[in-house]
Design a binder for this molecule. Structure first.
Ligand code: ATP
Length: 266
């Protein structure tokens, strides 16, 4: 469907179209993935559909953590592959992170389709497909427990965009640092992760790549300083406060449209 460029939600609708196309035609995205995206969209609306300053600070901290990691891994699901495959490949090259396909709705066909999409975006090595996902995260009941021994299982830092809370907690229990990208600052993932980037993956992924690219040219001490001064709880609270302020200012505007408690008919 052609979205008129002057539509106030043009970018958001284009992203939605992209997901629908990858769902309907290629099976990269599942129906549940489309619904999860809708949950994200609602929070994006409240955040003003832009990368906020707390998100920028979390992006910088995330890039620093990935650069300092010994075995960083980027976990990719259907939505992430559909939306930002090229950015994920670039990020993996800059940070030397491995890319692993890890799906809630797992089938070998789907893993392979997602693998192909990542390959087309330039990925040279993709972990977690088929029999390669031979290690187990025992705390997890879902199919996401199957991981690659050379990837998520051995990782010290895992980037988990658009994640469910169970796996984040399991990864933390295994002693890993978890970087989440989640538009909902209240989700279990957002609340539990070591670093939470409250932003749309479509905006956050290229920014994370740029931040890693810049930091890589600096003294590694800079990454340590960034991490030492980053407080995820405080940063999350700032995102929640921004949403709160946005809602309060909208409520104020609504008041202007009422006289004596009655809403004016415009
Ligand atoms: P939890 O189990 O952590 O409480 P959840 O049950 O809401 O989370 P899912 O339904 O799996 O988790 O949804 C994944 C999360 O991804 C949601 O919190 C949603 O806001 C977020 N999300 C969806 N699309 C995007 C996107 N494009 N960018 C960033 N976050 C997104």
């Amino acid at each position: 469907m052609k979205i008129p460029p002057d539509h106030p939600r043009a970018e958001s609708l284009e992203t939605r179209e992209k997901l629908i196309e990858k769902y309907a035609a290629k099976g990269v995205v599942t129906p549940a993935g489309l619904i999860a995206h809708g949950r994200g969209e609602a929070f994006d609306y409240l955040l003003g559909e832009k990368t906020t300053s707390p998100a920028l600070r979390a992006i910088e901290a995330g890039a620093a953590a990935m650069l300092l990691a010994e075995k960083p891994v980027i976990s990719v699901n259907g939505n992430v592959a559909a939306l930002v495959a090229e950015d994920i490949v670039k990020l993996s090259e800059i940070t030397t992170a491995k890319i692993e396909v890890n799906l809630f709705y797992r089938s070998l066909d789907r893993e392979k389709i997602i693998g192909k999409l990542l390959e087309k975006a330039g990925a040279k090595e993709i972990l977690g497909i088929g029999r390669h996902a031979s290690a187990r995260i025992h705390e997890l009941g879902s199919e996401r427990r199957r991981v690659d021994p050379a990837g998520i299982y051995a990782a010290d830092v895992v980037l988990v965009p658009l994640e469910d809370g169970d796996r984040t907690q399991a990864l933390l229990k295994m002693g890993k640092k978890v970087i989440a990208v989640d538009l909902n600052p209240l989700s279990r993932t957002a609340q539990k992760a070591s670093i939470t980037i409250v932003d749309n993956i479509v905006r956050a992924a290229p920014k994370l790549t740029d931040a890693a690219d810049e930091l890589k040219r600096e003294d590694p001490k800079r990454c340590q300083e960034i991490l030492a001064s980053f407080n995820n709880r405080k940063n999350l609270n700032e995102s929640i406060t921004l949403i709160n302020q946005k809602l309060s200012s909208l409520a104020e505007k609504q008041k202007d449209l009422t006289v004596g408690g009655k809403r004016l008919e415009l």
